[in-house]
Structure formats: structure tokens, C-alpha cells
Design a protein around this ligand. Structure first.
Ligand SMILES: NC(=O)c1ccc[n+]([C@@H]2O[C@H](COP(=O)([O-])OP(=O)(O)OC[C@H]3O[C@@H](n4cnc5c(N)ncnc54)[C@H](OP(=O)(O)O)[C@@H]3O)[C@@H](O)[C@H]2O)c1
Length: 298
């Protein structure tokens, strides 16, 4: 089964590329500059010959703060891109798996968000992703939208790598403790997506629609940072031992973030037997790989 993976050089795309062959899929990686998801000609060219059975869209404008001052590029990539992909997948009769975010919620809820909860994004990035999701739903029935959260991977720009760098460079690291969510390892998300692809391969038709997938357990950015350094200190020298908790007000950013954006993953568990792993377990595994390159734990 040939799978086109857009945004293949990003955090999630790289993991999907790494895991697909082991599961018997042939991944075809595409990314900028050769394939821009907002360009119908380029997307059409890449699936024209009928050799592609499914598209996984990992491409997105993901710079949450920059999007506040660059709303046009954010909307262009996150709305036009999914619209183009959905349209061409529908035309070709192939399913589209599209990735979305916890940032479509406003964070006012006090318990994990369900797929059916009303969305109300509070940032340009969140709004652009919400519109992208809506166009996918409208254009291509055979779609899966997976909302995920607080994504990190071995490579790429992410919170885990930033905290490791800051912890090694600085005596003091300050991190917000009043925003709660679910750290998600890109390797786990890739595994979950490929289980869904397997279900599509064997059954043909599945329960299309929106699903949540994130690491199991809810934490704050502060606790996440502290856990990163607690694990890392056994492997690398660090200047920071205790992360200083601060409030969102003490760390103003251009984009507002939801105060609470945990996602309820019961639906994906019931429909596909996909069980999210505890976030601490996946973090430890990833850090071992990052900090001990010869480690064979995955
Ligand atoms: N990162 C998170 O914390 C997080 C949380 C929740 C949901 N998500 C969602 O999860 C998905 C994957 O995120 P990620 O962290 O893997 O993203 P990422 O690392 O930023 O990767 C995105 C990839 O898409 C490429 N791209 C950007 N514009 C493109 C375009 N017009 N055409 C084709 N490719 C384009 C990027 O290329 P350049 O690098 O050259 O721009 C990059 O290689 C996204 O949909 C994101 O919104 C992410």
C-alpha cells in the first residue's frame, strides 16, 4: 500500500517515514519545496498515476506565535492546503488522514475535551487549523482528522529539546505552571496513525471522522519541563535542577494558549483498540534515544 506523506520532513512525518516500512506500507515522502500542499498542480501530479492508496497530511504552518503577525501564510497553509488535499483525494477516491490540534479549543473546560465538544480557538494558529478541519470534513467524506497535542520528537523544534538546551545553558529555567495538557510523543502518534491505516487496508470502510490522540495523563508545562530535566540529569550535565514555576501572566506570548487542553481519547480506543501510553513513559524512552544515541530501546 503506497501512502503519500506530506510534510514528511517534520516531526510527525519523519516518524511515519521511519515506521511505515516495518508495518508493510510503502511511504512516499513529500515536503517543501517540491510539493507545496496549497498547489493543486503539484498535489495532483504526485497522486495522478493511481499508485497512491491514501494520503497522510503532516504538513502545516506550526509556528503558533509567529502566526499572530503572519496570519495570511498561516491561513494559506492550514486552510487552503487541506482543502486542496481533500478535493484531490475525493477526486481520486482515496482517504485522507489529516492532523489537527488541541488549540481548536479555548481551554475553559475542566475535564478532557471530547471530539463532540464545541470548538472555539483563541489564536490565529488554532483558528486556521479549525477552518482546515472544517473544509476536510466538508469536501472528503472518507477522512480521519486526528487532534493531537504538545507534540515532540527526537528531531525538530520542540519543547523537550528546548528545555534540554536551556537546562544545560542556564542556572534558572522558568516555565508556566497554569497551562495543562497532554504531551504526545510523535513516535506514539505515528504508531496510532499506522494502526488506523491498517484498519483501512483490511476493512476498506471504517468509522470516518474526528478522533483524539495524545499521551495518557494530564500535566502542566512546568511539570513536563521538570520531568525532562529529572530524567536527563542521569545522562548529561545540567545547570538547572529545579524548574521555576511561573504564571501565564508572567510569560506573555503573542498567541494566547488554552489554559486546559487535555483530550479525551476514549473514542479512538473503542474504535481502533489504540491505547495511548502514559506520557512519562514515552518521554523517558525518547530521552534515552536522544541522549544515549546507541540505545536500542525502540
Ligand atoms: N507541534 C505540536 O506541538 C503540535 C501539536 C498539535 C498538533 N500539531 C499538528 O500536528 C501536525 C504535525 O506537526 P509537526 O510538529 O510534525 O509539524 P512540523 O514539524 O512543523 O512539520 C511540518 C512540515 O510541513 C512542512 N510544510 C509547511 N508548509 C508546507 C506546505 N505549504 N506544503 C508542504 N509542506 C509544508 C514544513 O516545512 P518547513 O519546515 O520548511 O516549513 C514541515 O516539514 C500538524 O498538523 C500540526 O498542526 C502539532
Amino acid at each position: 500500500m503506497n501512502i503519500l506523506i506530506t510534510g514528511a520532513n517534520g516531526q510527525l512525518g519523519t516518524e511515519l517515514m521511519r515506521q511505515s516500512p516495518d508495518r508493510g506500507f510503502s511511504p512516499i515522502p513529500v515536503d517543501l519545496p517540491e510539493l507545496d500542499i496549497t498547489r493543486p498542480d503539484q498535489v495532483r501530479d504526485s497522486i495522478r498515476d493511481g499508485a497512491i492508496s491514501l494520503v497522510i497530511n503532516c504538513a502545516a504552518y506550526t509556528q503558533v506565535d509567529k502566526a499572530e503577525s503572519q496570519d495570511m501564510p498561516a491561513y494559506h497553509v492550514n486552510c487552503v492546503g487541506p482543502a486542496v488535499l481533500a478535493h484531490i483525494c475525493a477526486e481520486a477516491g482515496i482517504p485522507l488522514i489529516h492532523i489537527s490540534t488541541d488549540f481548536v479549543f479555548n481551554g475553559a473546560k475542566q475535564s478532557p475535551y471530547l471530539e463532540t465538544d464545541p470548538i472555539s480557538p483563541i489564536s490565529v494558529y488554532g483558528k486556521s487549523k479549525a477552518v482546515g478541519d472544517a473544509v476536510v470534513e466538508k469536501i472528503q467524506n472518507r477522512h480521519i482528522i486526528i487532534r493531537t497535542a504538545w507534540l515532540y520528537a527526537l528531531q525538530g523544534q520542540n519543547f523537550v529539546r528546548t528545555i534540554l538546551r536551556l537546562g544545560a545553558e542556564r542556572d534558572t529555567v522558568r516555565v508556566v505552571s497554569d497551562q495543562m495538557g497532554c504531551p504526545t510523543c510523535a513516535a506514539d502518534l505515528a504508531e496510532a496513525i499506522l494502526m488506523m491505516v491498517e484498519a483501512i487496508r483490511t476493512k476498506g470502510e471504517i468509522a470516518w471522522g474526528t478522533y483524539h490522540y495524545c499521551g495518557k495523563g494530564v500535566t502542566s508545562w512546568h511539570e513536563f519541563a521538570q520531568t525532562i530535566l529529572d530524567i536527563a540529569k542521569s545522562y548529561v550535565p545540567l545547570k538547572t535542577s529545579q524548574v521555576t514555576p511561573i504564571t501565564t501572566d508572567q510569560y506573555p506570548t503573542p498567541a494566547k494558549r488554552p489554559a486546559y487542553s487535555a483530550l479525551n481519547c476514549d473514542k479512538i480506543e473503542k474504535a481502533f483498540g489504540i491505547h495511548p501510553k502514559p506520557w512519562q513513559e514515552s518521554l523517558e524512552k525518547t530521552l534515552l534515544q536522544m541522549l544515549k544515541p546507541n540505545n536500542e530501546s525502540r
